[in-house]
Design a protein around this ligand. Sequence first.
Ligand SMILES: [Zn+2]
Length: 109
Amino acid sequence: MESHLHLVTALLLTVAVMALVELVFDQSTPGFTRIGWLALLSGAVLIAVKALRNYFFFMMCAEQVANQAVCGRCGVYGRLRLVREKGQQCDVACKRCAFEWSIREPRDD
Ligand SMILES: [Zn+2]
């Protein structure tokens, strides 16, 4: 859910960036005001890039967890039940063959 918040933030800031670019290049705007718009544009670009980076980071974490959802014995994907949770990892068991393994959450670094 948090990843989608980053994606929506990036999309909204992209619209803001496009509007700010138009304001910065508007020849009728006074120079001092254009510098203010340019500063705002720079901030919006930085925040949009960071939000997009965070979105892709969360998506890569989700992919790493999903790749661990394959049973090591029978090869079935995603048919598992939670056995126990231990911090950033949890033990799961295959619903088909009862094989148990651990799924680890990726680290933040
Ligand atoms: Zn299995």
